[in-house]
Design a protein around this ligand. Structure first.
Ligand SMILES: C[S@@+](CC[C@H](N)C(=O)[O-])C[C@H]1O[C@@H](n2cnc3c(N)ncnc32)[C@H](O)[C@@H]1O
Length: 269
């Protein structure tokens, strides 16, 4: 990955905000319920969401009565998020880079990042989250692992020909990610003097996609957005063809979510 391409990747979602809104699934309701319970959230608690996208987690949290501020880097993503959240009076979405955003004086009960924490500056993100929280407040990090292979995954194997043909950064040594590869520990939290881990939960979700649905989802992934237009079109046509011709028009993917909750262990402010 060239530096230029890597630098653009966190901004790439905003280029396809409408597609993102249509193609990205929400989170399992059990996960949202567990987040509420494990973080001790009730109606009216103050929540900061980093990188809400178009509201994939924000909407279910708003439905549960939380008072939310979303800090979203992408103008188009924020515009759609505001539209999706327009029926809630206790939600605000601001366009800003969390890494440099001036934190509000009033602290939050919960800071949450859903499939977004890895885009923040690793040198400062934990400290900035702690500064945004009240003493004893909770940081929730939600990670998405797309298409985890826990059995023979012939689609993964067959689709490598599309990646190798169209992605100039293709690594021929790549192996499918299996459940065994997913870490059971977050070393950043384990090593942090400001946070202590209070919970880790894992959720599994099987999803069936037709060729168009799956290519729409792929079209929102930052590694696919990083390809040139020609390569992206060629790649997506290759995958679409593969699903239609070799998989009878449908594939099943197994997605895994990790929910990590950490409490501020010192008074950060
Ligand atoms: C993969 S998307 C996740 C969106 C949504 N939370 C979801 O679960 O689908 C990552 C989001 O984080 C946003 N983002 C990336 N870096 C950010 C930053 N430094 N500050 C605020 N938002 C950021 C992106 O614009 C994008 O909307």
């Amino acid at each position: 990955m060239t530096l230029h391409r890597a630098g653009r990747r966190r901004e790439s979602f905003d280029e396809v905000a409408l597609l993102y809104n249509a193609a990205r699934p929400g989170y399992p309701p059990t996960l949202v319920d567990d987040l509420m319970e494990l973080a001790g959230m009730n109606q009216g608690h103050r929540v900061l969401e980093i990188g809400p996208g178009t509201g994939q987690l924000t909407v279910p949290l708003a439905e549960r009565g939380l008072s939310l501020i979303g800090v979203e880097l992408g103008t188009n993503m924020a515009r759609i998020a505001r539209r999706n959240l327009s029926s809630f009076t206790n939600v605000e979405v601001v366009v800003a880079d969390f890494d440099t955003w001036a934190l509000p004086v009033e602290p939050f009960d919960l800071v949450v990042a859903a499939t977004a924490f890895h885009w923040l500056d690793p040198a400062t993100r934990l400290e900035r989250c702690a500064k945004a929280l009240r003493s004893g407040g909770i940081l929730a990090i939600l990670e998405t692992h797309w298409g985890v292979s826990d059995r023979e995954d012939s689609f993964w194997t067959d689709s490598q020909s599309c990646y190798s043909k169209w992605d100039p950064d293709y690594d021929s040594e790549i192996r499918p990610v299996t459940l065994r590869d997913l870490p059971l520990k977050r070393t950043d939290i384990a090593n942090s003097p400001i946070f202590e881990l209070v919970a880790h939960r894992r959720y599994h979700c099987d999803r069936r996609y037709d060729a168009v649905q799956y290519c729409n989802l792929l079209g929102t992934f930052s590694n696919i957005r990083a390809l040139t237009e020609t390569a992206r079109m060629g790649f997506l046509a290759c995958v679409q063809d593969l699903i239609n011709k070799r998989f009878g028009g449908y594939i099943l993917r197994h997605d895994v979510y990790d929910l990590w909750l950490a409490r501020t262990s010192t008074i950060p402010r």
